[in-house]
Design a protein. Structure first.
Length: 148
C-alpha cells in the first residue's frame, strides 16, 4: 500500500458540527494526516467499494478505521455496516459506530452485524473531544490492524 495515499480514517457523519468537532479533535492531537469525510451512507459505500464519485480510487487502499454515524441520509449506518462487514474484502476494516443513538436495538444490531465498537456521542463539548481523541489513540496507534 502506498503510504502517501493511505486513508487513515473514513468519517461518515451527516451533522456538519459533529464532523467539524471530530476532525478538529483528531488533527489537534496529531492522530490522522489523511481523513476522508462523507456526509451520507451512499457516499460511504461508494468510497469503500470504489464506485461512483470514487471509482478512480485504488480499492486496495482501505481506511484504517471507519467512524460511522447511524442516522444518515440515503443509506443508514446499519446498512453501511452490513455491506462493509458482509464483503470478504472489507470485513476486516475496523468500524466504530459514533452515534447519538442510545437505542438498545441499534446497539444490538450493530454488534450482530460485526461492529468493532459502539460509542454514544457525549453531549458535553469537552467530553466529545476527549472521546474522539481516545478513539484515535486506540484505533490508529494502539490497535494492530490486519492486512487482509
Amino acid at each position: 500500500m502506498n503510504k502517501a495515499n493511505e486513508v487513515e480514517i473514513l468519517l461518515v457523519e451527516d451533522n456538519p458540527n459533529d464532523a467539524e468537532l471530530t476532525l478538529r479533535a483528531l488533527k489537534k492531537n496529531n492522530l490522522a494526516n489523511h481523513i476522508v469525510h462523507v456526509a451520507d451512507g451512499a457516499e460511504a459505500l461508494d468510497f469503500v467499494f470504489a464506485r461512483g464519485a470514487f471509482k478512480d480510487r485504488d480499492i486496495e487502499t482501505r481506511p484504517r478505521v471507519i467512524l460511522l454515524d447511524l442516522k444518515l441520509p440515503k443509506v443508514n449506518g446499519l446498512e453501511v455496516l452490513r455491506a462493509v462487514k458482509g464483503d470478504e474484502h472489507t470485513r476486516t476494516i475496523p468500524v466504530v459506530v459514533l452515534t447519538s443513538s442510545r437505542e438498545e436495538q441499534d446497539m444490538v444490531e450493530s454488534y450482530r452485524l460485526g461492529v468493532n465498537s459502539y460509542i454514544v456521542k457525549p453531549v458535553d463539548f469537552d467530553k466529545f473531544l476527549e472521546s474522539v481523541r481516545d478513539l484515535g489513540l486506540y484505533w490508529l496507534l494502539l490497535n494492530q490492524p490486519t492486512n487482509g
